[in-house]
Design a binder for this molecule. Structure first.
Ligand code: URA
Length: 229
């Protein structure tokens, strides 16, 4: 799709196109605000093939009864950037890929705003199967599925993790804090910096002050640049 057509599509859907401005690098961003006790598994023999072979037929929780297929995740398996959402929706369940609906289009725009293409990053979800009627995944479903995500993180070894929305942030960071308290800070999952941003589906539903969403992305970019040195 050429750029003009893409812009027309996005405008018709009410999606603003985000254009990057200058970024600054405050010194204090090099130290995480919160360290998270969520050990990444050390499975020296783990491989993408082994993990995918376990996830595809998984029946560890009841979500397997209503899903069409598991949604493993997609993108660059050696990415510096990893984006983590909540769980597949209807489009994702049908196509077997994460973030392919309207929220996915906005996610693509958010990536572009910080100079990234979808092929540059790895995108995954906390749960790999669609919760019926797009309800939040239950704590049991999250606990059952999260080891798969932690293994994905251990395999990608990203330089930064960007968590999309409250459900994913609470699950990854082991907290019940509301999103308003979670965003605007940096976390460390072992050595990997984590930043929490608004979920694109939430941004589509609300007339949120765009500056806040921008501030989240800028924090992610600054944190990444500081990590890279
Ligand atoms: N929302 C998510 O959290 N993940 C997806 O894959 C799609 C929508």
């Amino acid at each position: 799709m050429d750029n003009a057509t893409r812009l027309q599509y996005l405008e018709a859907m009410g999606i603003d196109v985000w254009v990057p401005r200058a970024f600054t690098h405050p010194e204090h961003m090099t130290v995480p605000d919160v360290s998270v006790d969520n050990a990444l598994p050390e499975i020296p023999t783990d491989t993408w093939e082994a993990l995918q072979a376990e996830v595809s037929p998984c029946t560890k929780c009841d979500l397997c009864k209503t899903r069409s297929q598991t949604v493993f995740g997609s993108g660059n398996k050696n990415a510096d950037w990893m984006f983590i959402g909540e769980g597949p929706g209807q489009n994702e369940d049908q196509q077997g890929l994460p973030f392919v609906g309207n929220a996915g289009l906005l996610l693509t725009e958010m990536l572009r705003a910080i100079g990234l293409d979808r092929e540059d990053v790895f995108i995954a979800n906390i749960v790999k199967c669609r919760p019926p009627a797009n309800r939040d995944p239950t704590p049991t479903e999250i606990d059952t599925c999260k080891p798969y995500l932690l293994r994905q993180i251990a395999l990608v070894k990203p330089k930064i993790i960007v968590v999309l929305g409250r459900v994913a942030a609470q699950a990854l960071l082991n907290t019940n804090e509301p999103l308003s308290k979670l965003r605007g800070k940096t976390y460390a999952l072992n050595d990997t910096p984590v930043v929490v941003v608004y979920h694109p589906a939430y941004l589509l539903r609300t007339l949120l002050d765009k500056r806040k969403a921008w501030a989240d992305l800028k924090l992610a970019l600054i944190t990444y640049k500081n990590k890279k040195g």
